[in-house]
Design a protein around this ligand. Structure first.
Ligand code: HEM
Length: 518
């Protein structure tokens, strides 16, 4: 008996010692060894602080930046959105090492290296582990899975985004937009001035939510809205906790915030389940679930013709969450910033209106007309450059890697600051911070001195699957607005772009709209 107790004590002691050793490695040894490893290669950065790494500094800099209001004509948003990158790159150079808690991160703002990371076909630069609250919000879907699982899902989902499928959706995008614009007009003509102040961020959030619900999920509006509302509230929780140190396991504690997250997650799942069940009941006569994204995903439940395993019900729910989030936050921000830029650059607003009138008249645009709107396209690209909805990209080295002349140890996270690259004079020339859509006259690859300097939709195998969807949607919405309204910036607008997982106007975007025909 005594013998057994002795074995148990020894085993327990060994286990405890190994755990303590692991904690010591993570807290002390790795930061020391990594700092030395990168210093030898000429990469330095802010000092590591125990447990919090550089997070405390990041939080302080972000807080200060949030209190700053910019001149509305300034597009130099890095100082407000990624203040730590701007400060550290000026102190330590273009590449630097910092600490996200105990996790080492290297900032890479060289486009050639960024391309090398993003184009790796073997998945050696994987998506980093996502915080549990964010996984709950966006689902364990295409945007965060890695390896063979990602290959399987991308293969299944790609057909839903083919141009043929997307073209059919334009009329539905237009119908959602027109119903919003009719309301604007009604409100404007009721006023004495025949104009109306509109809070664009809310209108566009609502519109893009409607569009993704109708086009991608062809769903009943009520359940779609419920799912969106729950996701929007989850989003607020994620933004609030994103710059805090995350301690693994704490997601299971019944804290006030976790209880709220669980409640919202249940609500979202219930709404999605209702949408899917109603689709199951209404399957079409040819036994297909429809041509839209949900239909394609659900069809894989029955068919298995490309040799890849079909999507299970819970995976479909995860992908729905992913597309709800990725499909409307980003596009609504693209619309916000395009309207903002055109309110300051009235000459461009007039030029685009002329182009729209020439090509579409007052008709609802179709795919052919949209493809001819060259200037609208150029302005959208310039808006994506200056006010890119995705602020930075992250990858983690899944094995030791050679990147340019750098040796990157396994587990190092690499961050690519899109906002900084998009306004770098090194790539875009002296007018990098200015609004100049003409730079895109010969296409994206010729707009800068590096063909991949525009990273709005990323590059390589994990680029944005929804980019054609987003561009068709943005062009449709802008065309319909340009046909019907002129607009200017309201005097109470405060220029304060903020990083809320995507780039948003912190205090909203009040715009005065005037119908062109009363
Ligand atoms: C202006 C609008 C949009 C922008 C700027 C944008 C940007 C991006 C970027 C930069 C990535 C790469 C992320 C990374 O590598 O970490 C990405 C991926 C993704 N986007 Fe978009 N996106 C937009 C619209 C959309 C839409 C409309 C959808 C769906 C309907 C969508 C779905 C996705 C998905 C599922 C991924 C993950 C792809 C993968 O990992 O294979 N996005 N997006």
């Amino acid at each position: 008996m005594g013998y057994l107790i002795a074995i148990a004590i020894v085993t327990f002691t060994i286990m405890m010692m190994s755990k303590i050793w692991r904690v010591c490695v993570i807290l002390f040894w790795r930061p020391y060894a990594m700092t030395r490893h990168f210093r030898k290669q000429g990469v330095i950065g802010p000092p590591y602080s125990l447990v919090s790494g550089s997070l405390h500094d990041i939080k302080t800099m972000m807080k200060d930046a949030r209190n700053m209001v910019m001149d509305k004509h300034s597009n130099d948003i890095t100082q407000r959105v990624l203040p730590h990158y701007q400060i550290w790159s000026s102190l330590y150079g273009e590449r630097f090492l910092y600490w996200y808690g105990t996790e080492p991160r290297i900032c890479i703002s060289d486009v050639e290296l960024a391309k090398e990371i993003l184009s790796n076909k073997f998945g050696f630069y994987a998506k980093p582990k996502t915080r549990p609250s964010i996984v709950t919000m966006i689902g364990e879907g295409l945007a965060i899975v890695n390896g063979v699982e990602w290959v399987r899902r991308r293969r299944i989902l790609n057909p839903a985004f083919s141009m043929d499928k997307l073209k059919v959706m334009i009329s539905r995008m237009a119908a959602c937009t027109i119903s919003m614009l009719e309301e604007w007009k009604k409100q404007a003509i009721e006023t004495k001035e025949k104009s109306k102040k509109i809070e664009m961020t809310e209108e566009f959030r609502e519109l893009t939510a409607n569009i993704i619900a109708h086009t991608a999920f062809g769903t009943s509006f009520v359940h779609g809205r419920e799912a969106f509302d729950a996701q929007t509230q989850l989003h607020k929780h994620c933004v609030a906790s994103n710059s805090d140190v995350f301690i693994p396991g704490t997601q299971y504690f019944p804290t006030k915030s976790n209880i709220e997250i669980w409640k919202l997650d249940r609500k979202m799942k219930k709404s999605l389940q209702c949408i899917i069940e109603s689709r199951l009941q209404n399957s079409q006569s040819d036994c297909s679930y429809g041509d839209d994204l949900l239909g394609v995903m659900m069809d894989t439940e029955k068919t298995n013709d490309h040799g890849s395993k079909k999507l299970k019900m819970n995976e479909i729910m995860d992908e729905c969450k992913t597309f709800f989030f990725a499909g409307h936050e980003t596009t609504s921000n693209l619309l916000n910033w395009t309207v903002f830029l055109l309110s300051l650059h009235k000459d461009w607003q007039d030029k685009l209106r002329q182009e729209v009138q020439q090509i579409c008249g007052m008709e609802i645009p179709d795919a052919d007309m949209l493809s001819k709107l060259k200037m609208v396209n150029m302005v959208l690209l310039e808006a994506l450059r200056l006010y890119c909805p995705a602020i930075q990209l992250e990858r983690v080295a899944s094995q030791d890697m050679k990147l340019g002349n750098l040796i990157i140890p396994q587990g190092t996270c690499l961050t690519i600051p899109i906002t900084m690259i998009h306004t770098s004079k090194k790539y875009w020339g002296e007018d990098a911070n200015e609004f100049n859509p003409m730079r895109f006259i010969n296409g994206i690859s010729k707009a800068s001195n590096h063909p991949n300097a525009l990273l709005a939709f990323s590059v390589g195998p994990r680029n944005c699957i929804g980019q054609n969807f987003a561009m068709l949607e943005a062009k449709t919405v802008m065309t319909l607005i340009l046909q019907r309204f002129s607009w200017s910036l309201s005097s109470d607008y405060e220029h304060a772009p903020v990083n809320n997982l995507t780039l948003q106007p912190q205090h909203g975007l009040p715009i005065i709209i005037k119908p062109l025909q009363l």
